[in-house]
Write a new protein. Structure first.
Length: 210
C-alpha cells in the first residue's frame, strides 16, 4: 500500500475525504483534521501532524499553502510578504525531504477567489497569481510536481463557488477531486475507484474559513 499525506488549507478540506475513499484499496491516505493555514504555521505544525497520524514514512505529499499568506490585512500588506513566502516554501520542501527521505511532492497552486465579496480582509487574484508563480518555481527546483488548481478553476462560473474563497459545490468538488486524483495516480502508478458524486456529495458546512 502506498502512503500519501494531504496537507493544505480549507480548499484541501473540501476534497481530502474523497481522495481517501477513492484510493482506499491501493493507498493509505493521511491528512490532519485542521486547516493547515499559512506557511509558517504548516512548518511548525508538521511534526505534530506526523506524530498524531502515526506516519513514519511516505511515498507522496500533495500539498497547498498560500491563500492565508497572501491575505491582505487592514494595513494593506499581505500577511506573509511574498519574499518570505518563497523562503518558507523552500524550507518546507527541505523539511519534507529530511523528514520523509525519498518522498515525492506535488504542490497544488492556490485557487482563484471572488475578490469583490471580501469584507475587512481582502484577497486579490493578482496576488494569488504572483504567490503561485513563486511557489511553482521553488517547488520545481526541488524536483516537485505541480497540480495547477488555479488554472483548472480560473474560468469556472460563479456558481462553482460556495462563498468568496471556497468551492464546496457539487460541480467544483468533483472537478478538483478528479484532478488531484489524476496527479496522485500518475505520480505513484496507482488507480483509484471511480467516485459516484451523486451519492457521495453533500455540501460542506461549518469548515473554518481561510
Amino acid at each position: 500500500m502506498k502512503k500519501i499525506l494531504l496537507l493544505g488549507d480549507s480548499i484541501r478540506i473540501g476534497y481530502d475525504k474523497h481522495i481517501k475513499k477513492s484510493l482506499e484499496k491501493v493507498a493509505e491516505v493521511y491528512y490532519p483534521e485542521e486547516n493547515c493555514r499559512f506557511t509558517t504555521y504548516l512548518m511548525r505544525a508538521l511534526n505534530g501532524y506526523r506524530k498524531k497520524l502515526g506516519i513514519t514514512e511516505l511515498d507522496l505529499i500533495h500539498w497547498n499553502v498560500g491563500l492565508w499568506d497572501n491575505l491582505v490585512m487592514q494595513d494593506g500588506k499581505n500577511l506573509v510578504a511574498i519574499d518570505t513566502y518563497g523562503e518558507n516554501i523552500d524550507r518546507l520542501c527541505d523539511i519534507f525531504k529530511n523528514v520523509f527521505p525519498g518522498v515525492k511532492m506535488i504542490f497544488a497552486t492556490s485557487t482563484p477567489v471572488q475578490e469583490e465579496l471580501y469584507g475587512d480582509f481582502k484577497r486579490y487574484n493578482k496576488d494569488i497569481e504572483a504567490y503561485n508563480k513563486v511557489a511553482v518555481e521553488v517547488v520545481k527546483s526541488h524536483g516537485g510536481e505541480i497540480n495547477d488548481l488555479y488554472e483548472l478553476l480560473k474560468d469556472t462560473p460563479s456558481s462553482y463557488h460556495s462563498d468568496a474563497t471556497h468551492y464546496y459545490t457539487r460541480q467544483a468538488t468533483e472537478l478538483i477531486t478528479n484532478q488531484v486524483l489524476a496527479c496522485i495516480e500518475k505520480a505513484l502508478g496507482i488507480k483509484g475507484e471511480i467516485l459516484d458524486f451523486d451519492s457521495l456529495f453533500e455540501e460542506e458546512k461549518n469548515i473554518v474559513g481561510i
